[in-house]
Design a protein around this ligand. Sequence first.
Ligand code: NOJ
Length: 740
Amino acid sequence: MRVFFSIALLFLSLNIYGQKETISQRVDTLLSQMTLDEKIGQINQFSGNWEQTGPKAVTPQILDEIAQGRVGSLLNVHGAATTRSLQQYAMKSRLKIPLLFAQDVIHGYKTTFPIPLAEAASWDIKAIEKSARVAAAEASSAGIHWTFAPMVDICRDPRWGRVMEGAGEDTYLGSIIGAARVRGFQGNGIGSTDALIACAKHFAGYGASMAGRDYNTTDISDRTLWEVYLPPFESVVKEGVGSFMTAFNDLNGVPATGNKYLLTEVLRKKWGFTGMVVSDWGAIGELIPHGFAKDGKEAACKALLAGCEIDMESHLYKNNLKQLVLDGEIDEKVIVEAVRHILYKKFELGLFEDPYKFSDEKREKETLGNAANKAFAREIAAKSIVLLKNNNEILPLTKKYKKISLIGPLMKSKADMRGNWSIVRWGDSDIVSPYEGIQKRAPKGAELIYSKGCEISTNDRSGFTQAIEVAKNSDVVIMAMGESWNMTGEAKSRTDISLPGIQEELIKEIVATGKPVVVLLMAGRPMTFEWTAANAGSILYTWWLGNEAGNAIADVLYGDYNPAARLPITIPRSVGQIPLFYNNKNTGRPLIDENNVSYVSAYIDSPNTPLYSFGYGLSYTRFEYSDLETSNTKIGKKDTLTVKCKVKNIGKYDGEEVVQLYLRDISASVTRPVKELKGFDKIFIKAGETKEVEFKIGKELLAFYDINMKRTVECGMFELMIGQASDKIVLREMLEVIKL
Ligand code: NOJ
């Protein structure tokens, strides 16, 4: 039957010359048959209820609208059987245009991976791509066509709860990671049964919400917008991302959802984007409280004319567009353009050939949470753990530690391991807590003693005494401390980003026992923990690692995996330093001597430096750099230069190093950052071995927006730096860019 259906469709899709019609031709043919109501239907996106299955996943009213062809896409419905049952309603509509099913597949679907910020810490682009690939394979098997990821918002403010969803503070790293995630989600291309349409969000500037308060205003200079916030979006357009989502915030006075400059001038015209543009949830309606539209009708009009094509859940397109067309305020052609982009994707997915293509219960059963996916989740979780400190080489743990005390409110936690973006409630049974992971891995004969010590955020000290006793009676203490899963994420901004509650007090008490203490810090953002940083023996920043958290933590603790992650975002000493990021400007009065802060750009009550810098992270082994070689120290504006250096593993463990290349433009027509990441290479080097690393520096890396906002390479001196972190430069060389 299905074969017959496909052959029939193939004949129908031949044009008058007997050639196969292109997708664009098929879209045009379909558009010519659609009524205005059907066109408006396509640009409505409604939410279902993810707790429900089958047709009950949406309200009876939405079911009815689907059957009338008045809904283009749904979000928050999932599962092969449920999506199939809903698609059947779309097949009752006059033109049988299939629905698109969208979902926030942010860091895994059934198999939960580390939160995106944690994965970014791996600096392992192939692994990050694979994580998105596996997530896409799982979600697409459950009938999902479209994910609202990756979030490519650059964020320099850890108070903002959504910092967990991005790749951190750096534009270069964020652009590369964003592109990798798009490649992963979209796999062999939209239309492959295991691929999802990716969505770049939130366009644009959302990560710069003032004071780190979610949804807040953004005020970003043109220069910073183009240099810092927009490049990751451009990078994913080049990678072929299928959709964009508008941001909630207003940007320099114009809400992003009604921002014609962003959505039309930049995205469509300058970058040539041809995919779909969806609003964020209810964001078209929010143009009213923004003070940008007086009512729903004006909001719908402004958003659509700006280039926001799909209305997620504000219902304002549905209720106002027809009248706006009849009143002559909107030309129907604008709606046709929007519908064209959506239909194109539906054809590309192959849904007109088989609307149930992705609703395959057999594949769903085989794919969701399968052993290979779990194994990969463990691997990428271990790759995401940053070793911040390892005094006296407490780690990796050896057999000499027989009695191990496991302390802290997160030690036995499961739900927290998953982080904030796990929409579908899968239950906690397949999550490995730190306690379970360590218990499984601890050598035979080791004795584990557990004591919670305190809760995550109460002031109850009644558990301290027992925890101290337990610590005193052990050879080593491992503490699992940090935030609960719902302290970061959307609408989870904090003004105090220190370890919540009395957790740092507990750490003080345990450190006072004199036992070696390993602190595992778990959070969706950089926290502040100056005392712990100075006094705990070893610190691992584990973020939220997903289902396999406990196993991955044990892999690192016992040295089965030698940690190699590097911070993708600065960890400040205090909230007062924020925004604090590595690629700052030098100022006219830079701080040169920490002991002389008189009339220079410094604080009188805190160092300028962060607790831990961007790019920082340790290994169980050590690396030594040498033999910096540049093919030339003068480079023409359009030339490419080769830079090489040697890296030797001088420790006793095999391990990976992240070799980081930074550039500084010493003097230019506008002030330039003190350094900017321009390349990196993550390499595995066996103990005692040496490897050579090579970078190419060409005009792309040297260019910036000049005084006239023109992207250009200016002549003059540049400092080239190779480092192990942004604040640990080990090799330097001066370069001169010359005219030629
Ligand atoms: C609001 C969030 O800002 C966005 O990132 C998400 O994709 C939508 N809700 C849909 O869940």
